[in-house]
Design a protein. Structure first.
Length: 323
């Protein structure tokens, strides 16, 4: 079968390590299912793997692609939960399993005609979504769901600030928080991304560091150093900041005095548990939410898609159609 394989890592020229190859058809072992991939979307995690960031080189070569939707051999239309882990090892939360792995870290991913995954990782695809739309959801939207509803405990009427509106997790957080009845504020460096935030459901969008109309109950933080001080200033006493990334740096001034005096909650969040992925998909079906797609490309043009991601200025996900 045809697959996009990371064969080496190069920080300066990541796409030089991505090759389209004919590889053996994967065989499902007991407890695993083979899925015919219909679509798989590009994720920054794929580029980090190609650059050698956070990916053990001993796991190269590996088929990339951590966002997957497809059909089982029995005809079931599914979305693949991307965390392969043992909930018992995480005391009931698989995201706390020290041995957890995102699809394409230690197990071949979805940029291929077929994939094998644990049976438990199969979740029914929402009927209102195409395979291409469903393939946008597993990583970014489930991560955002956990940040909003598990960690920050956002409910209708809450006020939420989301930084970096052009990012995948941030865009998903804006859409879901608004759909859940929250008042959503967003920040971005460009007016185009601020307009995108408003289209996704933000009530207002601002330049980074701008004064908000009111303090917020929760901040969804994926930017890090560049927005940290603003995040803390924007929280009401007792509010929560949830962190799932730090693209601008990991070591801001902590401002511990503000944190303890205002009794702020600072929470880390990584990925999602299976039940959260399932709940996110139910929310999509109930509300009719759809992810925004920038473009759909065939597997043979995957390098073109990654180059567009590197160049930036995307307005939605790049999806690889494998059907």
């Amino acid at each position: 079968m045809l697959a996009a394989v990371a064969v080496r890592q190069n920080a300066a020229d990541p796409l030089s390590g991505l090759e389209l190859s004919d590889v053996p058809l994967p065989q499902a072992k007991p407890g695993w299912t083979r899925v015919k991939v219909k679509a798989s979307s590009l994720n920054m995690h794929d580029l980090w793997t190609l650059r050698g960031i956070g990916h053990d080189p001993k796991n190269i070569p590996i088929i990339l692609g951590c966002d997957v939707a497809g059909v089982t051999e029995e005809g079931r239309e599914v979305v693949v939960h991307p965390i392969i882990a043992d909930a018992a090892a995480g005391r009931g939360d698989e995201t706390l399993d020290p041995n957890r792995a995102l699809l394409s870290e230690r197990h071949d991913g979805g940029f291929a005609e077929y994939i094998v995954v644990p049976d438990r990782c199969l979740v029914d695809k929402p009927s209102h979504l195409s395979f291409e739309e469903a393939a946008c959801l597993p990583v970014a939207w489930s991560t955002a769901y956990r940040m909003l509803f598990t960690q920050a405990r956002v409910t209708a009427g809450d006020r939420v600030l989301v930084h970096g509106a052009g990012g995948g997790v941030a865009g998903a957080a804006i859409a879901m928080a608004a759909a859940a009845g929250a008042t959503v504020y967003a920040t971005s460096r460009t007016e185009a991304k601020r307009q995108l935030a408003r289209e996704l459901g933000a009530h207002a969008a601002f330049e980074p560091g701008a004064r908000l109309p009111e303090r917020v109950d929760a901040v969804i933080e994926t930017v890090g150093e560049a927005t940290w001080a603003h995040s803390l200033r924007c929280l009401r006493p007792g509010g929560a900041i949830v962190i799932a990334g730090a693209t601008s740096g990991t070591s801001p001034e902590a401002d511990l005095g503000r944190i303890f005096y205002q009794q702020l909650r600072v929470l880390g969040s990584t990925g999602s548990a299976l039940h959260e992925t399932a709940a996110m998909l139910r929310l999509m079906e109930t509300t009719g939410l759809r992810p925004r797609i920038d473009r759909i490309l065939p597997l043979e043009r995957i390098h073109e898609g990654f180059q567009a991601m590197i160049d930036g200025e995307l307005h939605g996900k790049i999806v690889i159609s494998v059907a």
